[in-house]
Design a protein around this ligand. Structure first.
Ligand code: IYR
Length: 318
């Protein structure tokens, strides 16, 4: 039905759809996503937050794990500094439109040193191969020459988080899939139900690299100023005629079109004049090479600036 269509729109996979339907029969099913606190909340985060909002509207209770220990294990700095970022991230997430009454924020360190939690992590450690644990971190771990043991503790903890937060559905970007698969395989071996997993697409960085990420400085933050948005969009990787791996096209597809339905693209008369397009039309004309990246970028920065205004206002306390 309609609700299921909304939930699965722009989702790469649901594991499994049947289990999701089953879970949705519950009174108040729980969905969670965890985020390593970071200096900036960007459009990559916004993809999962939008999905959480849709699940919230569909009757799910939303839990957001502010994964401070995970950030710490991933070499993101001192616990003090990470907790400051967690406060700021929480504010950004609410600014993105989650209901403050129906969203529960949980700080990882508030439960991740409890004896029962630790005991479960050790039990996971005993049944998970090193190879598997390392592989599950492929697109998550910070790049480094000398890999640390922390890197394999991280996914074990993420799996046990699901037990502790008592979640029915784990939502994350596609880079979380291997950790989620580990949970689905090993939690039943420890006597727990495995959660349903929903995976959203990864947003490419503005530089065209695989993943938008705070540590790489290739992001557009949800609270960037109009001038910053313009500057970043203008400098973004956006090859003429190419849809794949093009962050500007992804912004159109995942943010602007779902919000506005159509886009008006202003062009001087001598370059073909204004265009008014829905998503399919825009993808078609762009892939045929008849829409110049510069004209598209100008429109994208206007729409994005408008779309993110409520976030900027919220952050400034207007
Ligand atoms: N691995 C996530 C952070 C994270 C997510 C969940 I869901 C957890 O239970 C713990 C950590 C990331 O890459 O940001």
């Amino acid at each position: 039905d309609d609700t299921l269509d909304t939930i699965t729109r722009d989702v790469l996979e649901v594991i499994t759809p049947d289990e999701l339907l089953e879970v949705m029969k519950k009174d108040e099913p729980v969905v969670y996503t965890g985020y390593e606190p970071s200096g900036k909340v960007h459009l990559g985060h916004a993809i999962t937050i939008r999905k959480l909002r849709e699940l919230q509207d569909a009757g799910f209770r939303v839990k957001i794990l502010l994964a401070d220990y995970h950030a710490y294990l991933n070499g993101k700095g001192s616990m003090e500094r990470i907790r400051e970022m967690a406060d700021y991230n929480r504010k950004c997430f609410l600014a993105l439109g989650l209901s403050p009454d129906r969203t529960e924020f949980v700080l990882g360190s508030s439960f991740q040193t409890q004896p029962e939690y630790t005991d479960l992590v050790y039990r996971m450690a005993l049944i998970t191969t090193l190879l598997r644990a390392r592989r599950s971190m492929a697109q998550i771990t910070r790049e480094s020459e000398d890999h640390k043991v922390a890197e394999v503790i991280y996914p074990l903890m993420q799996v046990i988080d699901m037990v502790y937060l008592d979640v029915d559905v784990a939502l994350g970007g596609m880079e979380q899939r291997k950790i989620h698969m580990l949970a689905r395989e090993n939690l039943p071996r420890l006597g727990f139900d495995a959660p349903v997993c929903i995976h959203t697409p990864l947003l490419h960085g503005t530089d065209g690299s695989e993943k938008m990420s705070s540590s790489k400085g290739n992001f557009i933050a949800v609270d960037d100023s109009p001038a910053e948005i313009r500057e970043k969009v203008k400098g973004s990787y956006c090859p003429m005629g190419e849809l794949e791996g093009n962050p500007i096209i992804e912004i159109v597809k995942y943010f602007i079109m779902p919000e506005y339905g159509r886009m008006t693209i202003r062009r001087p008369e001598k370059f073909g004049g204004d265009l008014e397009l829905d998503l399919d039309e825009l993808l078609n004309i762009y892939s045929s090479g008849d829409l110049h990246p510069l004209d598209l970028k100008n429109a994208v920065s206007d729409y994005l600036t408008d779309m993110l205004r409520p976030v900027r206002d919220y952050m400034e306390g207007v």
